[in-house]
Design a binder for this molecule. Sequence first.
Ligand SMILES: [Zn+2]
Length: 124
Amino acid sequence: MNDFLEKAKQYIDKAAQTVSNKSNEFVEKTKCKSAISSAEDQITKAYAEIGRYYYESHLSGELFEGFVADKCALIDELKEKLEELKLRLAQLNDEKLCPKCGEKCAESAVYCSKCGYRFYEDCK
Ligand SMILES: [Zn+2]
């Protein structure tokens, strides 16, 4: 977990540097992508741990809700980081994310290509 936060912090620090250079951008995209898949893996693992825990509790007849609550809090935290990373990656790719469905759209798009969400209310 701390490792993940540390990595996320490094991207933010990197973003603060002037990234006019395409190769820096490429490196950042690669790091963003790997942080995204690492967060997704951790979420999948936490889901599996909750499932296994429930199963083992069923066998032993004992359930400590604290374990599940901790895993859920971890998942919430990871999902939040994931949103930030996906947003950053979209910015690097000159894309934006639809606030309604999360679809990646071109920075210049007026409507979301998936759900039809209108990005700019004032253009009618
Ligand atoms: Zn959409």
